[in-house]
Write a protein that binds this ligand. Sequence first.
Ligand code: PGA
Ligand code: ZN
Length: 432
Amino acid sequence: MKITDIMAYQIFDSRGNPTLEVQVTLENGIQGHGLVPSGASTGQFEALELRDGDPAKYRGKSVFHAIANVTGEIAPHLRGHDVFAQRELDKALIALDGTENKSRLGANAILGVSLAAVDAAARCRALPIFEYLAAGQSVTLPLPEIQIIGGGLHANRAIDIQDIMVMAIGARSYEEALEITHNIYHATGDLLTERKQRCGIADEGGFWPHVKTNAQALELCLAGIERAGYTPGVEAALSLDIAASDLYDEKNKCYQFKLESRTFDSAGFCAMMTDWCHRYPIVALEDPAADIDLAGWAMIQHELGKTVTIIGDDLFVTNAARIRQGIKDNLANAVLIKLNQIGTVSETLNAIKLTHDADWLPVVSARSGETEDAFIAHLAVATNAPILKVGSFARSERMVKWNELLRISNFLGSKVNFRSASSLLRSGMAQK
Ligand code: PGA
Ligand code: ZN
């Protein structure tokens, strides 16, 4: 089935910033769309998001060059291409760009086309995207990792830690995991209101609290779990995205907790998180060290990797070469997967496969700037990713993903498989 046209136009993400939507048209008239997300705490090794940088236009954030690259260069190049040959299509995009980090055409332009092609192909076969991507393999609904409190660059550094999340480790179904999380999210909100500590919500929908220390924010989330009627570590456990690259002072090789006016060297930072993991029911730590502090990563993985899921986000940036090196050096045991960090669907699938093959956990993730698109829910199901991270349990750009999984669950009916925490023994979650 041939692609006859590709076009793109500017839309806006959940922060109200410009991004692009790509539309692929097939010879039978069927159209597919790709909506591109955008990060705020981006890793320095990510593929390049092309923005116009003209302060007079959308405060420098417009994406008209990326759009022109889609319509002017990519469209003529891919016209006539078979939409079902996704790997060849993605290869053609990579070759046309010709740079290591997709900086010529822009990873946002390239990803929009790659996503739109998958959407068009699935529509052409009249299949949901997850079934098209799974190509006959069995599928599993992931365990949601849901933000309760937001901080870091998503909340003007109100707290230093970027995401304080819960995983409903006691849930036996996806629906039960959402029910538990719903109860905890609202109970935590009630607590914050009562204590007059509620400042609003952060970029991904979690509460933006007024607290004096990062540990207080963790304790608040634990109190929310209890207020909702659960036992921390039984029905629900904590997971944290430290986003440590944003806390790292490269010159002085130290981590800074601005909220507490504290500074740590790598060993001190590792010791503090180890202490947290002993004191609190924490099942996963994402980016506990900066992307350039490889010794810090090795230390944390050595200290905690047997019992805690250690997830590399900025460290790996969904890049197969970086993941392969991390596996070799034993730097973590899980990989955050974000499509726009690498820029094509095929490369993302490669990163997930590599992670699975190493017996590590792929964690499919949204960005802090999201759209109303639910592709990642399908990606997580199709690839049997054990965990899906989308942000909080509020705001439609987040809920559209959680709701899409409810639709998929309903669609699968009695055939549904759910990745309960008991099947995540590799990470030690079930022993907690
Ligand atoms: P980002 O945040 O999309 O702003 O990078 C998400 C994350 O760090 O996991
Ligand atoms: Zn992260």
